[in-house]
Design a protein around this ligand. Structure first.
Ligand SMILES: Nc1nc2c(c(=O)[nH]1)N[C@H]1C(S)=C(S)[C@@H](COP(=O)(O)O)O[C@H]1N2
Ligand SMILES: [Mo]
Length: 206
């Protein structure tokens, strides 16, 4: 059965490239991944330790708010839930912000997501991919090497930080990079939640 395209989207086999700022240049010696915010003790992981975490392979559909959708890309990566096992959360943590590089700033890009939506095989920090046209290969620098978050298909792709640098755990939802610029806090493509309503957007700051 053919999959359903979300409203206002078209299907492409290509994987377009879209981001703000420079492409991050990976340096294994300085790269770290940080687990912070509402945690008992902050954790900073070097590259080697991140790559030793258990791996997951999963096929995920991507829906970009600029209207392209790409079905069935297979990714290899580390499930979001593997990082959860490395920290003890404070009570009532319900949201996260996933961070990525913007130019040389490791906290420059971010996207907010509800914690409960990220427990499956479809919430992945990825480093390799393949599809019907392409054999297994590393995620290219422009798509977010060495580690890039791919959100579940129930979120637009801006929720997926390239050049991922960490996870901030939060009790209250807070807008990330695009959400601060008027995009939807919830971003469900099947409900066509592209932009926030003016009242939702204002509320997100309080
Ligand atoms: N660090 C970072 N991650 C980012 C962005 C960005 O500007 N910087 N753009 C987001 C947006 S708006 C989209 S649509 C996707 C695009 O991912 P792609 O270029 O791999 O298709 O990356 C997301 N992740
Ligand atoms: Mo986007």
């Amino acid at each position: 059965m053919k999959k359903q395209l979300p409203p206002g989207q078209f299907e492409t086999d290509k994987w377009p490239i879209l981001h703000e700022g420079d492409v991050y240049e990976f340096d294994e010696k300085t790269w770290t991944f940080r687990l912070f915010g509402e945690v008992k003790k902050e954790v900073i992981l070097p590259y080697e330790q991140v790559m030793k975490l258990p791996k997951t392979i999963s096929s995920i559909d991507m829906h970009c708010v600029t209207t392209w959708s790409k079905f069935d890309t297979t990714f290899e990566g580390i499930a979001f839930r593997e990082f959860l096992r490395l920290v003890e959360l404070e009570p009532d943590v319900k949201y996260v912000k996933i961070y990525g590089y913007l130019n040389k700033n490791p906290l420059g890009y971010s996207a907010n997501l509800p914690l409960e939506a990220l427990m499956g095989d479809d919430a992945l920090f990825v480093y390799r991919w393949k599809d019907a046209q392409n054999d297994w290969q590393d995620i290219s620098p422009k798509h977010g090497y060495p580690l890039r978050f791919i959100p579940p298909a129930s979120f637009y792709l801006w929720k997926g930080a390239k050049w991922a640098t960490g996870i901030c755990f939060m009790k209250k939802d807070e807008p990330g990079y695009w959400e601060q610029r008027g995009y939807s806090m919830t971003a469900n493509p099947f409900k066509e939640e592209r932009f926030a309503s003016p009242s939702e957007w204002l509320r997100s700051f309080f």
